[in-house]
Write a protein that binds this ligand. Structure first.
Ligand code: SAM
Ligand code: SF4
Length: 325
């Protein structure tokens, strides 16, 4: 659907849980976040109901996220059910990869369209420092398994000066030797992200060009989001750069989010949105629900302003784990 600012909103990120089996330092504290009680979390039936409404409004692409989405029971069934809805063309998932190895075949059979795996380091000890869990091997073997199965894989690497400046070119090798995309994401000053120093994508591109020679920007559309993709002749896959900070992309933003407790979130940076869980549990009709969502999306805010307006009202105070990235 088209919002008031003439943006085509066709993509929704649905967080299915706020629980996670890692404790990434830029996302949460050692103790984790205070979890929402189970009864506050949307049931699968409620999620499907919302998906039907947004599909009617023209949303075609769904990303399942969390917390860690693979910790939620029967997640593959939900993915299958969303995929079967009329109007939904693509269902993808963003995961830390820890539980992916044993779910890989099931996801493949469910027809998942792509799996985004977060990976910030190839060093086991550094992985432990970043995530506070000794799970590097699980993620590593999951990535290889998905590649072997032929699932479309994207690696998402959050670039952080304190941790992986020296590993950027090594992580990019995934795209050199495989037909997969590696995307470098600029750290956003949200929640615990404020405690670390991001690396601009200009620096990332410089590092890659020093190592591998020139990368050309490609015009073809790959993926749903704001990544700008680059190709190097020696690479089988592509490099994507996601620059929320150095290159605002709010004017072409195509997405909204649903939090695990049913809040329709209209912009990453603002806490603006509407609660859907209350009305759903108070017997709102499908048409009323659809209208509610329509008017909220119609009025989606223009965009973020991470460094310029920290004093204005309505700034999001949640951590990424509570939003879903
Ligand atoms: N647990 C899953 C995962 O890690 O892929 C899904 C949820 S996680 C919140 C989604 C993404 O948000 C991850 O790729 C993570 O790197 C990213 N993220 C977390 N904190 C961030 C921050 N401050 N700035 C930018 N990205 C962030
Ligand atoms: Fe968990 Fe993902 Fe947050 Fe890491 S970034 S703590 S894996 S939700």
């Amino acid at each position: 659907m088209i919002d008031k600012l003439n943006r085509n909103i066709e993509y929704i990120r649905i967080s299915v849980t706020d629980r996670c089996n890692l404790r990434c330092v830029y996302c949460m504290s050692e103790e984790g976040v205070e979890n929402i009680s189970h009864k506050e979390i949307l049931s699968y039936d409620e999620i499907i109901r919302i998906c039907k409404c947004v599909a009617n409004l023209g949303i075609k692409k769904v990303k399942i996220t969390g917390g860690e989405p693979l910790v939620r029971k029967d997640i593959v069934k939900l993915i299958k059910d969303i995929k079967s809805l009329s109007g939904i063309e693509e269902v993808t998932i963003t995961t830390n990869g820890v539980l992916l190895y044993e779910r890989a075949e099931e996801l493949y059979e469910a027809g998942i369209d792509a799996v985004n795996i977060s990976l910030d380091t190839l060093d086991k000890d550094k992985f432990l420092k970043i995530t506070r869990r000794d799970k590097f091997e699980d993620v590593y073997k999951s990535i290889n398994k998905l590649i072997d199965l032929g699932v479309r894989v994207k690696i998402n690497c959050l670039s952080i000066k304190e941790y992986n400046l020296d590993e950027i070119t090594k992580i990019a090798n995934y795209a050199k030797y495989n037909n997969i995309d590696v995307r470098f994401i600029e750290l956003m000053p949200i929640g615990y992200g404020k405690n670390f120093t991001g690396i601009s994508n200009e620096v990332i591109l410089g590092l890659l060009e020093d190592e591998y020679g020139s990368f050309k920007k490609v015009s073809e559309k790959r993926g749903n989001g704001p990544a700008v993709y680059y190709k190097n002749d020696k690479f089988k896959g592509y490099i994507g750069l996601i620059s929320a900070i150095s290159n605002e992309f709010c004017e072409t933003c195509n997405r909204v989010r649903i939090t695990a407790n049913g809040f329709l979130k209209l912009c990453l940076h603002y806490n603006k949105g509407i609660d859907l869980k209350g009305p759903i549990r108070n017997n709102i009709t499908d048409k009323e629900l659809e209208n509610m969502i329509y008017y909220a999306i119609l009025n989606k805010p223009l965009g973020h302003n991470f460094y310029h307006d920290s004093n204005i009202e309505n700034i999001e105070s949640k951590n990424m784990v509570q939003i879903g990235g």
